[in-house]
Design a protein around this ligand. Structure first.
Ligand SMILES: O=C(CCC(O)(O)[C@H](Cc1ccccc1)NC(=O)c1ccccc1)N[C@@H](Cc1ccccc1)C(=O)O
Ligand SMILES: [Zn+2]
Length: 595
């Protein structure tokens, strides 16, 4: 009968066995398309997704045979709750096909985009991809016009081509969410955090970090005005978005040579890697060794054979944006990325390996629990390890610090902190605003003809950046960022950037570190590794405060550890910008830097 827990558990076993067949097939078809974008592979992907959605629907219907909401066994009840939460699979077949098609269209446009008519090119029909060319131009060029060409061209070739598909996607995703009992798709996405007033909590964390961001922003603006003297910066105080070393101004690490407090003491890890003939595989071996030295799991043998770690050179179209893949059969785990030999890519490699480590740690959980404690946890694992790898102390250990440099040199340490701030503090408003925009779109507060205006309201207000060229409502700049056409939520990265410092603080204590937090390297501490492993093994079987408590002893997210980490730099910045006006107007000035 409906309350027979023994029979229910037998059904859960059968569900898992079936799921460990259906999901690998869907993942394999998705992998094939991601690593070779063709119409044929797209059809196979759609077929496999249809099959998986039918399995999800069938399973949902079978959960109705049990009065699982009243089960006393928490674990079984939680499994039923997750099995019943089938997302877009709830849609009738024709609408499911439509939403999958809209998503495939946008992903294909984004991954195939190329930008032509480069200033100074003899052949204007020569076209360039984001990875590696446009990314490298945004990172290295100091030519205002070249930066503006890449910035505007990328948006013309991606976002501009998506509004219709995006509107279709929003409509159907909201319909699915409604059928699953949520007010809209944003409500569904936020439900994964199982947290009351989640939006309010995120706003409070963001407010707690604003002052730190304003200091860094004022300093960067001051130095960029010197570099681009004669070019128009809006009186409203924003920084033109194409000057920050990154296509979305989300990470300012490429401005290190301009912004380092002590330029004479560079942290030029990329150059050191190139001088030592680093290969992609060496970068992965280095990362894997950090994990195994903590007592965590090595990569399975198949991992290196089956992964795609470099951009293919045979001209085929692939989704270059990095991702880690769990095939839900406890055997197949892969990474797909178009690796370049740079420090940024060494960090990204750790980020992706963090995802795979989580897969390995929770692989014996029921399939529906093979997720992060919340999505932010999954994004934080690799970054926590990278906080140790990036320290001058650790770089010295792995011979990526110049031999004549002393890792304990206080000026080098301040340069290191600036380098970290240009990635971690600069990111905060960006990590926050993408889903602020999307949640409003899903709520219906932002209509299609307001998509771009609302996007720039948020970019101008929260991030303090302005468009270098005039924007129109026929543009769709949100669509120029991978996660929007790919329908990947983004608040998870904001959460990760906060909690990774809480994890770092706790693991450093476990590793017996004394002294400033930013100098801590947990390398080889199996005590720290064991704590991390114990948390990862939980998967999503427990609510995230339990997982947080397993590492930090606390049950809440807070920004105090992040602020403690950057304290020495905050003092330096305050002195550096004492004659500057901190912050900017909510609205961007109406000038467009066409100069
Ligand atoms: O997008 C990424 C890294 C890709 C990923 O590892 O987060 C990837 C994104 C993705 C790709 C395809 C489908 C879905 C999500 N996420 C994963 O591969 C993943 C995440 C959770 C579980 C399993 C795999 N980072 C963000 C933010 C970031 C994070 C850390 C450093 C720099 C920047 C960005 O680049 O804007
Ligand atoms: Zn990630």
């Amino acid at each position: 009968d409906r309350n027979n827990i023994t029979a229910a558990k037998i059904w859960l076993e059968e569900y898992n066995t079936e799921a460990e067949k259906v999901r690998p097939e869907a993942q394999e078809a998705s992998w094939t398309w991601n690593t070779n974008i063709t119409d044929y592979n797209n059809r196979l992907k759609l077929e496999a997704e249809k099959k998986k959605s039918e399995f999800d629907k069938r399973s949902y219907n079978q959960t109705l045979n049990w009065d699982w909401k009243n089960f006393t066994e928490i674990n079984a009840k939680r499994q039923f709750y997750k099995i019943a939460d089938i997302g877009e699979s709830v849609l009738p077949t024709d609408k499911f096909q439509q939403i999958t098609k809209a998503k495939s269209n946008m992903q294909s446009v984004y991954s195939k985009a190329r930008v032509c008519n480069k200033p100074g090119d003899q052949d204007p029909s020569k076209c360039y991809p984001l990875n590696p060319t446009l990314e490298n131009i945004m990172a290295k060029s100091t030519d205002w016009k070249e930066l503006a060409w890449a910035w505007e061209g990328w948006r013309n070739e991606t976002g501009r081509k998506m509004p219709d598909d995006y509107e279709k996607f929003v409509e159907l995703a909201n319909e699915a969410a409604g059928m699953n009992g949520y007010t809209d798709n944003g409500d569904y996405w936020r439900s994964w955090y199982e947290t009351e007033n989640f939006e309010k909590q995120m706003e409070e964390l963001f407010i707690g970090l604003k002052d730190l961001y304003k200091l860094l922003h004022a300093y960067a603006r001051k130095k960029l005005k010197e570099r681009f003297v004669g070019h128009p910066f809006p009186d409203s105080g924003q920084i033109p978005a194409h000057l920050l070393g990154n296509m979305w101004a989300q990470s300012w690490g490429n401005l290190f040579t301009l912004l380092a407090p002590y330029p004479g003491k560079p942290l030029d890890v990329t150059e050191m890697m190139r001088e030592q003939n680093y290969t992609t595989r060496k970068m992965f071996d280095l990362s894997e060794k950090f994990f195994t030295d903590l007592g965590l799991d090595p990569m399975p043998p198949k991992f290196y054979n089956d992964s795609m770690l470099d951009k293919p050179e045979d001209g085929r179209d692939v989704v270059c944006h990095a991702s880690a893949w769990d095939f839900y059969n406890r055997k197949d785990f892969r990474i797909k990325q178009c690796t370049q030999v740079t420090m940024d890519w060494l960090i990204t490699t750790h980020h992706e390996m963090g995802h795979v480590q989580y897969f390995l740690q929770y692989k014996d959980q029921p399939v529906v629990f093979r997720r992060g404690a919340n999505p932010g946890f999954h994004e934080a694992i690799g970054d926590v390890l990278a906080l140790s790898v990036s320290t001058p102390k650790h770089l010295k250990k792995i011979n990526l610090l110049r031999p004549n440099q002393n890792p304990d040199d206080e000026e080098l340490q301040l340069n290191f902190l600036m380098n970290q701030a240009l990635k971690k503090i600069a990111f905060i408003p960006f990590g926050y605003l993408i889903d602020q925009w999307r949640w409003k779109v899903f709520k219906g507060e932002t209509k299609k003809d307001e998509y771009n205006e609302d996007w720039w309201n948020l970019r101008c207000k929260h991030q303090g950046v302005s468009p270098p060229v005039q924007r129109f409502n026929t543009d769709f700049d949100a669509g120029s960022k991978f996660h929007v056409p790919n329908n990947t939520p983004y608040i998870r990265y904001f959460v990760s950037y906060v909690i990774q410092f809480q994890f770092h603080k706790a693991l450093c204590k476990e590793a017996g570190h004394n002294g400033p937090l930013h100098k801590c390297d947990i390398d080889q501490s199996t005590e720290a590794g064991n704590k991390l492993a114990a948390m990862m093994k939980l998967g999503s079987s427990k609510e995230w405060p339990d997982a947080m408590e397993a590492i930090t002893g606390q049950r809440k997210m807070n920004v105090s550890d992040l602020i403690e980490y950057f304290a020495p730099l905050e003092d330096w910045l305050k002195k550096e910008v004492k004659n500057e006006t901190l912050g900017w107007d909510d609205q961007c000035g109406r000038i467009w830097g066409n100069g």
